[in-house]
Design a protein around this ligand. Structure first.
Ligand SMILES: NC(=O)c1ccc[n+]([C@@H]2O[C@H](COP(=O)([O-])OP(=O)(O)OC[C@H]3O[C@@H](n4cnc5c(N)ncnc54)[C@H](OP(=O)(O)O)[C@@H]3O)[C@@H](O)[C@H]2O)c1
Length: 285
């Protein structure tokens, strides 16, 4: 058996078409949506990620003011940049490119951000909103996975979802999201991690298995129930080479699977811009 592929690009295209229409509507009433970014230091990869986001913002009609702080910037300087954007009504979304240099406290900086401008959905207030089911910016990768499953008409409601990994960016918020009472969620969710040495006992019974560990090749065909849907969220980079959690041979066992490249990544970026537009609408309604 070879699994049906679940590419992220058509999902992202649909989300971004909606973002474009909403950006047009905002501009028609004199509001230019704006995503500000802060980069600290000279990491080439991080600078590249910022450029990609700025290019995409321009294509969507979104402004992208940027602050580049030097490698040795102090925490105070980073916080001052954040507060500047917090206080600027023309800025609707704000992103601190991760990682920051080791002498800086990323979590403390994130906590300084206006939660309503936190388009990564990672501020503790937004995690709390997600936990209690209040509206707020959703973490982009988990929200993108829900969208991807819905787009490809993989039923989630009432089904058994197992997530490998309980990290703050992916596994934990995804578990909260997919357990919510909503037609595209509403699942029986189990989260496994290093504290569950026999985690494959759980993954082998999952109807939907989501890898969120960041351990290349950790998911092998023997960990997958025949016919299951497998979503590869966890990745690691070796230089520019992407090393996914899900071994490609899982496609021989799964019923549906995200491609090695172009699965969850494009949906993550689309969700970021959806958060920007939603923030702009909320701030200016
Ligand atoms: N595709 C995208 O756009 C995108 C976006 C964001 C993140 N990601 C990826 O998603 C992954 C997870 O991100 P994160 O920040 O949530 O990661 P994280 O905080 O590092 O969490 C990793 C989780 O995986 C578990 N784990 C690691 N090795 C394991 C093993 N051998 N057996 C069982 N469980 C294991 C850990 O268990 P313990 O808790 O017990 O340590 C932890 O819960 C990363 O690879 C990241 O690159 C991808």
């Amino acid at each position: 058996m070879t699994a049906r592929l679940l590419p992220g690009k058509p999902v992202a295209d649909r989300v971004l078409a909606d973002v474009t229409a909403r950006a047009d509507a905002l501009r028609a009433r004199g509001v230019t949506p704006s995503l500000a970014t802060i980069l600290v230091g000279d990491d080439d990869a991080s600078a590249g990620y910022i450029r990609i986001k700025q290019k995409q913002a321009a294509e969507l009609g979104i402004d992208s003011p940027h602050t580049h702080l030097p490698q040795d910037a102090t925490q105070e300087r980073l916080v001052a940049a954040i507060r500047g954007y917090n206080d600027d009504p023309a800025v609707h979304g704000l992103l601190i490119q991760y990682p920051v240099p080791g002498h800086l406290d990323y979590d403390a900086a994130l906590a300084e951000m206006d939660p309503d401008k936190d388009v990564d959905g990672m501020h503790p207030m937004n995690m709390g909103r997600l936990a209690v089911g209040l509206p707020g910016p959703l973490p982009c990768t988990p929200a993108g996975i829900e969208e991807l499953l819905a787009f490809h008409e993989i039923p989630v409601s009432g089904r058994e979802v197992v997530i490998l990994g309980r990290g703050a960016t992916l596994g934990r918020p995804l578990a909260m999201l997919l357990a919510q009472k909503r037609p595209t969620a509403n699942a029986a969710v189990t989260v496994v991690h290093t504290g569950v040495p026999d985690w494959d006992r759980y993954t082998r019974r999952a109807e939907i298995l989501i890898a969120a560990a960041g351990v290349p090749g950790i998911i092998q065909p023997e960990h997958v129930k025949p016919g299951a849907t497998v979503i590869g969220g966890g990745v690691r980079y070796s230089g520019k080479r992407l090393l996914p959690d899900v071994d490609e041979s899982c496609a021989e066992v799964a019923g549906a699977i995200t491609p090695r490249v172009g699965g969850v990544g494009p949906t993550t970026v689309a969700m970021l811009f959806r958060n920007v537009i939603t923030a702009a609408e909320k701030a200016t309604k």
